[in-house]
Design a protein around this ligand. Structure first.
Ligand code: UD1
Length: 368
């Protein structure tokens, strides 16, 4: 029997933890499947990329396309050109894409046009906000891929509503949670919190990188005032995304942010250290997609500083609270959460560490 060849695409930070457990699951079928990882290079800083390969025990990618940063058109186009060469050389039987970043849509378009089947992991999520680049990436990827693997019920509902054939859709759970479950013991042994002299629950963990939150100076200044307010009650740990770091510098806000008492600014952290800081945080404030899911699994309160979420299960049954990113609204919710008992959460269906096995099982069925 000739081995089937499968390429998984990674490009940006939130992709790595979704593909690592899939790679492990494919290894169980080593004699019938060859699983290769292609890294587009959308993220390239050590702290945004290499650190994750180490933490997640992923093999080096078979191909590194090295596309780097650029406008959306430039980045997407460069990925397509490079990935087309890889597909022509490797002739895969299936391409796996994850999430909603530019690498996801670029590689899907490329493969589908070469007649290669594509499976989308984390399919069907919708924020219904088309000003988010990720929403466009999700809609385009889903509409042209062959197989849709879904993490929560809303994903099925959205795809059915858009007219997708049920045969294309599989509710498999969340591969990001597979990684979390696999790595949690290592995170408990991390020394990162001790090295920052922080006691459990003494701090709030913050991440911010969405263009709508960090690309305008007024909005960034608003966040600095919010941090000032929060610092009366809790220490703040803020690993700063390169986009945010660049903008703090560009808008001359670096000094102001460094002067906020009790605010600890860090470089982006690796997977294990970030997970470790999540475990002991009093609560989390973020505009990330994945952190909404990880905090729900860990039952840690999360304030999502956005006008919409594509992951409604984290609000409906998890510990996530959506807060419109506006100064008074955020401050009010911070005051509430500091004083009052917290929302009890429930872990969503199939977020159990076995999503990758379910996906590999389905895929072997599709290929053989
Ligand atoms: C991308 C994803 C976003 C995801 C985020 C996680 C898209 C459209 N966006 O946003 O969905 O939540 O990754 O981090 O795909 N930069 C560096 N070093 C790096 C990477 C980026 O310095 O390794 C800087 C560059 O100045 C770059 C900017 O960050 O221009 C933005 O990077 P980009 O990949 O375009 O988008 P992200 O904001 O990281």
């Amino acid at each position: 029997m000739t081995k089937k060849k499968i390429i998984s695409v990674v490009g940006a930070r939130p992709n790595f933890m979704k593909v690592a457990p899939l790679h492990r699951a494919f290894q169980k079928f080593n004699d019938s499947i060859e699983h290769l990882i292609v890294h587009t290079g959308q993220h390239y800083d050590f702290s945004m990329s290499d650190a994750f390969f180490k933490d997640l025990e992923m093999p080096r990618p078979s191909y590194f396309l090295g596309v780097g940063s650029g406008t959306h058109a430039e980045q997407t186009a460069k990925i397509m050109i490079e990935f087309e060469n890889v597909c022509k050389e490797l002739k895969p039987d299936l391409v796996l894409v994850v999430g909603d970043v530019n690498s996801t849509v670029a590689c899907t378009l490329t493969a589908v046009k070469l007649g290669i089947k594509v499976a989308h992991i984390e399919s069907g999520l919708r924020s219904f906000d088309r000003s988010m680049p990720e929403e466009i990436n999700r809609i385009v990827t889903d509409s042209i891929c062959n197989y849709c693997f879904v993490t929560e019920q809303s994903g099925i509902d959205n795809l059915i509503h858009e007219g997708f054939d049920k045969e294309r859709i599989s509710f498999v759970g969340n591969t990001m949670i597979d990684s979390l479950i696999y790595e949690i013991e290592k995170a408990k042994n991390s020394q990162v919190r001790a090295s920052l002299n922080l006691a459990p629950k003494e701090y709030v963990l913050v991440t911010l990188h969405r263009p709508t939150n960090v690309d305008e100076p007024e909005r960034l200044e608003e966040f600095l005032r919010i941090f000032n307010h929060l610092s009366q009650f809790r220490k703040i740990v803020f690993p700063v995304h390169p986009r945010t770091r660049k903008n703090l510098k560009y808008f001359s806000l670096e000094k102001k942010v460094s002067e906020i008492e009790g605010l600890i600014l860090l470089e982006p952290l690796g997977y294990i250290d970030f997970l470790s800081l999540m475990l002991d945080a009093d609560f989390i404030m973020t505009d990330s997609g994945g952190i909404q899911e990880e905090s729900t699994y860990l039952k840690i309160p999360c304030l999502t500083l956005r006008t919409s979420t594509e992951r409604p299960v984290t609000i409906d049954i998890g510990t996530n609270i959506l807060v419109e990113p506006e100064e008074n609204k955020i401050i009010n919710v911070i005051n509430e959460i500091i004083k009052n008992p917290r929302k009890e959460g429930i872990i969503p269906k199939f977020w159990d560490g076995k999503a990758s096995d379910r996906i590999v099982d389905k895929i072997t069925g599709y290929l053989y």
